[in-house]
Design a protein around this ligand. Structure first.
Ligand SMILES: Cc1cc2nc3c(=O)[nH]c(=O)nc-3n(C[C@H](O)[C@H](O)[C@H](O)COP(=O)(O)OP(=O)(O)OC[C@H]3O[C@@H](n4cnc5c(N)ncnc54)[C@H](O)[C@@H]3O)c2cc1C
Ligand SMILES: *[C@@H]1O[C@H](CO)[C@@H](O)[C@H](O)[C@H]1NC(C)=O
Ligand SMILES: *[C@@H]1O[C@H](CO)[C@@H](O)[C@H](O)[C@H]1NC(C)=O
Ligand SMILES: *[C@@H]1O[C@H](CO)[C@@H](O)[C@H](O)[C@H]1NC(C)=O
Ligand SMILES: *[C@@H]1O[C@H](CO)[C@@H](O)[C@H](O)[C@H]1NC(C)=O
Ligand SMILES: *[C@@H]1O[C@H](CO)[C@@H](O)[C@H](O)[C@H]1NC(C)=O
Length: 488
């Protein structure tokens, strides 16, 4: 072929690709229009440039936001059913967003139809059954604030802004987990819109779905309401202390001692190693589920010279909002995770080494924040529910303590570098723990922390076959496959 001919063919290809994209855009928009016509006045479709559209597609991590053709805010479960039927018939890609805190791109965002659940915002406490109905569009802050005057609480998120829905559909590690288990251990019922549009209630009378929703994310339809167990809740003690580089040996030791000696389930910490402005440091969250902690538990942390301190007796909401997690909202992000049997000395040292190693390297490449959350729950954390009661964790035979790697940066051109580093660092920490005798090569990973691409076997273990069968039963057309996420 001659050069001019090749050039002409190239131009034609570019033209056709552009035309195909425009056609696809037009067909997505006609899906949006069809939804707008079919839904009740309780719901609304929004198009680009409107304030609501911007809010609907927004995510905590900028790298999780996509430009949808339109967004829809359903206001009733029946409308969610109507929307799913239209999306299925037109095979339009879509996404379901609760609090929008997913760090994996495309898990709750889409170039197609963005469903934003904000209008499901009910919080209603039923004293007789000691349960709370919680709308799937809320963030935990709203739930806690509504329950506080009633003196009750639910097992939910630990820091500000996190959504009820994705958190609860994945597992849910809470400040109350040592006492009450994961959030999935405390759900008594779901209102679920099945992939075929039927609105249904899922509780212990529908055992396969009840099991599958406890860790199965958006594979079985769209949840509109969670009914959670309620517990009495008074004031708590805790908050944030920060330490500079020169104190980190002491922080390491205090974290090690806490993790391996404290047996009071009301006590909990998150030790976040971070790298900021060329130096490692620690953001330390302390929690005790009573107005005053017994002497001894937190003394080491309080005695270390600190940079800032905001620790007090306070409301649960105030405690949750004392964390610094908002500071990096709106930057690009990756999470990854390791599941440990214990936080031994060598593992903690390795976490600090990773912080410094990757902090120094990645900060040259637009990284703004490198961090490792050490989360030393008690190893009894999975014993608060029966052995085979949930999709996640796949085994409750032993406790697994999650470690969360979180990097934040600004430029899309650094995405690959950051993601590769998060994978390498998780592997390094896994290797260190294994060398210390921890049998974690196949330990289940937490889907709300794991990087996309992690094999489903690592999330669901031996439960995977059963979950896939349940998926086939309730979604034979794979409607939910049009949405991103951990796909069965
Ligand atoms: C700052 C921060 C702090 C965190 N702290 C904790 C913590 O303490 N403990 C913990 O366990 N995890 C924590 N996480 C992880 C958190 O659990 C996940 O990010 C979780 O997915 C957030 O839920 P969301 O509703 O905000 O997410 P979204 O991004 O809205 O959704 C996440 C996934 O759930 C699906 N989904 C959402 N709503 C529905 C619905 N109604 N029906 C069906 N599927 C739905 C989405 O499609 C998507 O696949 C934290 C994350 C961040 C960013
Ligand atoms: C999509 O449809 C809406 C409502 O009919 C219209 O206002 C908008 O211009 C359309 N957008 C595109 C890209 O066609
Ligand atoms: C670690 O902390 C414990 C408890 O406070 C203390 O007894 C021990 O001496 C500390 N070890 C180091 C190396 O600082
Ligand atoms: C966190 O940021 C969100 C969005 O900007 C804001 O609405 C919220 O009040 C902030 N929370 C805290 C505790 O600062
Ligand atoms: C520190 O981390 C790097 C990167 O994972 C690793 O290559 C190195 O061996 C570690 N050093 C120590 C002393 O553990
Ligand atoms: C929708 O799916 C459920 C569960 O598979 C089934 O019981 C129900 O009959 C279906 N409804 C319709 C209208 O097909």
């Amino acid at each position: 072929m001659s050069v001019p001919m090749l050039r002409a063919l190239g131009l034609l290809a570019v033209f056709l690709t552009g035309a195909a994209a425009r056609l696809q855009e037009r067909s997505m928009n006609s899906t949006c229009n069809a939804i707008a016509e079919a839904i009740s006045p309780a719901s609304h479709v929004w198009y680009p440039l409107s304030f609501h559209y911007a809010k609907d597609i927004e995510h905590w991590a900028a790298s999780s936001t996509d430009l949808a053709a339109c967004s829809v805010e359903p206001g009733t479960a029946e409308d969610v059913g109507t929307i799913l039927q239209i999306l299925a018939a037109s095979q339009t890609p879509f996404a379901v967003k609760g609090g929008g805190h997913a760090t994996n791109p495309g898990f709750s965002s889409t170039p197609g139809v963005q469903i934003a659940m904000y209008r499901f915002s009910e919080v209603s406490y039923d004293a007789a059954s000691q349960t709370v109905d919680v709308g799937a569009g809320l963030v935990w802050d709203d739930v806690y604030a509504a329950l506080e005057p009633l003196g009750v609480n639910v097992v939910g998120g630990r820091v500000t802004g996190v959504g009820v829905a994705g958190f609860s559909l994945g597992g849910g590690y809470s400040w109350l987990t040592n006492e009450r288990g994961l959030t999935v251990d405390n759900i008594v019922s779901y209102q679920l819109v099945l992939p075929n549009g039927t609105v249904t209630t899922v509780d212990e009378n529908v055992p396969d779905l009840f099991f599958a929703l406890k860790g199965g994310y958006n594979n079985f339809g769209i949840v509109t309401k969670f009914t959670l167990k309620a517990y009495p809740q008074g004031q708590v003690w805790g908050g944030l202390i920060t330490y500079t580089a020169d104190q980190l040996d002491k922080v390491n030791n205090a974290t090690f001692v806490f993790s391996n000696t404290v047996t009071d389930p009301k006590a909990q910490i998150i030790t976040t190693y971070n790298f900021l402005l060329g130096e490692p440091g620690v953001s330390q969250l302390l929690f005790y589920n009573a107005p005053t902690p017994p002497a001894g538990i937190f003394d080491d942390f309080l005695a270390i010279p600190h940079f800032t301190e905001d620790v007090s007796t306070r409301s649960f909401t105030s405690l949750v909002q004392s964390s610094p997690s908002n500071a990096t909202a709106g930057t690009r992000a990756v999470f990854n995770t390791v599941s440990l049997l214990s936080y031994d000395e060598e593992v903690i040292k390795a976490v600090l080494n990773e912080t410094i190693f990757w902090g120094a390297r990645l900060s040259l490449a637009t990284a703004t924040f490198i961090s490792y959350d050490v989360e030393p729950f008690m190893t009894t954390l999975f014993t608060k529910a029966p052995a085979s009661s949930s999709a996640y964790p796949p085994s409750r035979a032993r406790g697994l303590l999650p470690l969360n790697i979180y990097y934040a940066w600004l430029l899309p051109s650094s995405d690959e570098l950051m993601r590769d580093a998060a994978v390498a660092s998780a592997q390094q920490l896994t290797d260190v723990a294994i060398a210390q005798g921890q049998d974690i090569a196949d330990a289940a990973l937490y889907g709300n922390y794991a990087i996309d691409g992690t094999p489903l076997e690592r999330l669901y273990g031996d439960n995977l076959d059963q979950l896939q069968a349940t998926k086939q039963k309730y979604d034979p057309q794979n409607v939910m496959g049009l949405a991103g996420g951990w796909k069965l």
